[in-house]
Ligand binder design. Structure first.
Ligand SMILES: Cc1cc2nc3c(=O)[nH]c(=O)nc-3n(C[C@H](O)[C@H](O)[C@H](O)COP(=O)(O)O)c2cc1C
Length: 358
């Protein structure tokens, strides 16, 4: 297998194994959550330089479900045209494009909305507890994800990705640290996965058989075996593609460095691929900053696709480098990625490349 080999997901051909990881662009949108010209140019450039699949950043399904007040949403129809411009630009260069749908739940920014979640647990402010969602509120929330997915389809997305990791709402249902429920949404693996699995079924029903449904799921919560059990529930519900990252709790003695040329977070995707091989494509993420590592992961059949975050933020030409050996500027691996919110310094690689101004 080579990074340039295509892969089919839900009948759609992804032209290579290089996928752009969802990476939120803080402050590109205003509080109205509208996609802007800046988003359009940002995603167009990544498509133009060869990403086979682009997963557009975490996008809020409700104004209250944001971690930062200035970022994109898909909670109302007026937001569709901005997204349509993004999907058109990506399609023009032959990329398949998904959008990551999210609600921040108990970690919601208080300026945006109340902290709500599966249980009453400490929020961003440890002295304030979240509101435990009633069964009606769970149904309403699932409806918000569904409505956003329907809008995504209208906007021309090839599918959606549920944000099921990094401690946000779907992950909060999975983690026993944040989910203490004793009803059908708490307790067993099946019950904790139910919130996300039901959303997948609802979206499949409404958006049809040719719509890709992916989830960025936890690779460890608190251990890998449990996380694989959770992903099995999503697959049973109709999930087509798993991207694997981290969750809330990490307590797994089997996760030790074994001298692999990739880090432990990346190794979660490799473990999932071993388990789901031949059934569901799996992507790994984290620390793939070198084209040689991207090639190694694919050529050794360790995963189906590689998910690129900072590498393609730093320089969209990373994909061409992985495909053809073309020159690119490597991410400096800054301790706090300088693309994060409120960062005083600008990305040194993007400055060097000239894609941003000093
Ligand atoms: C600026 C920035 C924004 C991010 N936004 C998201 C996001 O919207 N959704 C998500 O699942 N992960 C997000 N992440 C995590 C990345 O997708 C990725 O998992 C992480 O950066 C590690 O991969 P990398 O080493 O290739 O950058 C973000 C990371 C960065 C640096």
């Amino acid at each position: 297998m080579k990074v340039s080999d295509p892969i089919m997901i839900r009948g759609k051909e992804i032209k290579n194994r290089l996928t752009m990881a969802p990476t939120v662009k803080f402050d590109y949108a205003g509080a109205d959550g509208m996609a802007t010209e800046k988003h359009l140019e940002h995603y167009r450039a990544r498509a133009e330089h060869g990403c086979g699949l682009i997963c557009v950043e975490a996008t809020a399904v409700a104004p209250g479900g944001r971690f930062w007040k200035n970022h994109m949403g898909l909670w109302e129809d007026a937001q569709i045209p901005g997204h349509k411009a993004i999907t058109n630009a990506c399609h023009e260069f032959g990329a398949v494009v998904l959008i990551q749908l999210n609600h921040t739940g108990i970690t919601s920014n208080p300026d945006c909305g109340p902290a709500i979640g599966p249980s009453a647990v400490p929020t961003r402010d440890p002295n304030v507890l979240s509101k435990e969602m009633s069964l009606e509120e769970i149904k309403e929330m699932q409806g918000l994800f569904l409505d956003a997915a329907v809008r995504a389809k209208k906007a021309g997305y090839d599918g959606i990705q549920l944000h099921g990791c990094h401690g946000y709402l779907i992950n909060q249902f999975i983690s026993q640290k944040t989910n203490h429920r004793t009803d059908a949404y708490g307790g067993s693996i099946e019950n904790r996965a139910r919130f996300g699995a039901e959303i997948i079924r609802m979206i499949r029903e409404a958006c049809g058989e040719d719509f890709i449904i992916s989830i960025r799921t936890v690779g460890v919560e608190p251990n890998v075996a449990t996380a694989i059990g959770i992903a099995e529930e999503y697959v049973k519900a109709g999930c087509d593609y798993l991207q694997v990252s981290t969750g809330i709790e990490w307590d797994d003695p089997t996760l030790v460095e074994r001298g692999e040329p990739y880090n432990l977070i990346c190794s979660l995707g490799v473990r999932f691929h071993e388990h789901f091989k031949g059934r569901v494509p799996v992507s790994c993420v984290n620390g793939i900053l070198d084209p040689e590592l991207a090639r190694y992961l694919i050529e050794n059949d360790l995963v189906d696709t590689v998910d690129l975050g900072r590498a393609v933020l730093a320089d969209p030409a990373f994909c061409e480098a992985a495909l053809t050996g073309a020159p690119f500027v490597k991410c400096f691996n800054c301790p706090n990625c300088q693309y994060g919110p409120g960062m005083k310094h600008k990305c040194p690689a993007a400055l060097k490349r000239g894609t941003i101004q000093a």
